[in-house]
Design a protein around this ligand. Structure first.
Ligand SMILES: [Zn+2]
Ligand SMILES: [Zn+2]
Ligand SMILES: [Zn+2]
Length: 300
């Protein structure tokens, strides 16, 4: 891609979901019939995948294929409909340029509209209950591939991938869900990790993390488990992983080591890596369709 590709709006949705009216119909449909139907109506698309719920995920190569795919109504005698995937067609990046510190989000969006940007959101910091604007802008692109840079007025701004903070439940303190989706029936204190009170009323003198048992509150950013979750977010976004597997595997040996295994279903992941910090090791490796993160906190 040349620098001029930033200037034109050539975006079209590349990822589509094909679903049937009755839920499990496509699950039982032969891949041969699916392939033949797609070939005849749309052509040779980039990829076809059957999702766990039976729906099909199609990646098209160009706008003509996208146009034709939207017209798909039947596979064999099953009534189907194709619609753009709700997250895969977008990407989010961060621009950090202090020159635009005082500009409004809508004025920035106006400058960026012709570069596939659909939303501009400034990151704010909360201090003593007050919000302070930062120089960091989150840009949402109507394109799954993040550009290397954007041009705002006459300034060329590099774009970095946006990695959201891991979600931690304020009720049970576990990662991966919010308080509204919490299925735990007791509240754990974010400071001392004990049940039935919260951090505001906590009387404990030493903090203890619910997630790693370390001597810090569960909301600490130096928590090794928080860092692992952040690492997972980074891999999820940079490697375009769709979702975490519903069955995260957990295991622990309280005597010597504490292991957490997290399995993430992934699209394409080829490397295996290991990161070491003074008291923990994070290893990632491939296992069939999953990446396993094994996480080991050394005992003292
Ligand atoms: Zn929870
Ligand atoms: Zn407490
Ligand atoms: Zn911790």
């Amino acid at each position: 891609m040349g620098p001029s590709s930033n200037q034109q709006s050539n975006a079209f949705s590349k990822f589509y979901v094909i679903s049937s009216e009755a839920n499990n119909d496509l699950k039982l449909t032969s891949p041969i019939l699916i392939h033949k139907t797609i070939l005849a109506l749309v052509g040779d698309v980039k990829s076809i995948k059957k999702l766990n719920n039976g729906n099909l995920l199609i990646e098209v190569l160009n706008s003509k294929q996208a146009e034709n795919l939207i017209k798909l109504e039947k596979i064999g005698n099953i009534q189907v409909k194709a619609s753009p995937h709700h997250t895969l067609n977008h990407s989010k990046g961060v621009v950090s340029e202090s020159e635009f510190q005082r500009d409004l989000e809508e004025d920035l969006l106006d400058c960026l509209k012709n570069q596939n940007v659909i939303v501009v959101k400034r990151i704010t910091l909360k201090r003593n209950g007050q919000n302070f604007p930062t120089k960091h802008l989150i840009l949402t692109f109507n394109n799954p591939t993040l550009p290397k840079s954007v041009k705002i007025a006459y300034i060329n701004c590099p774009v970095k991938p946006y990695i959201p903070d891991p979600i931690r439940c304020f009720k049970c303190q576990k990662f991966g869900h919010t308080i509204t989706a919490c299925r735990s029936n007791k509240e754990n204190c974010a400071r001392c990790s004990l049940p039935d009170h919260n951090s505001q009323t906590c009387k404990s003198t030493t903090p203890k993390c619910f997630n790693c048992s370390g001597e810090h509150p569960s909301f600490s950013r130096s928590c090794p488990r928080y860092k692992l979750e952040k690492e997972i977010q980074t891999i999820k976004i940079t490697k375009k992983i769709i979702s975490r597997s519903p069955t995260d595997c957990n295991g622990q040996n309280p005597k010597t080591r504490y292991f957490i295994f997290l399995c993430i279903k992934f699209f394409s992941y080829t490397s295996s890596s290991s990161k070491q910090s003074p008291n923990s090791t994070i290893t990632t490796h491939c296992h069939k369709k999953y990446i396993c993160f094994s996480y080991n906190i050394k005992s003292n």
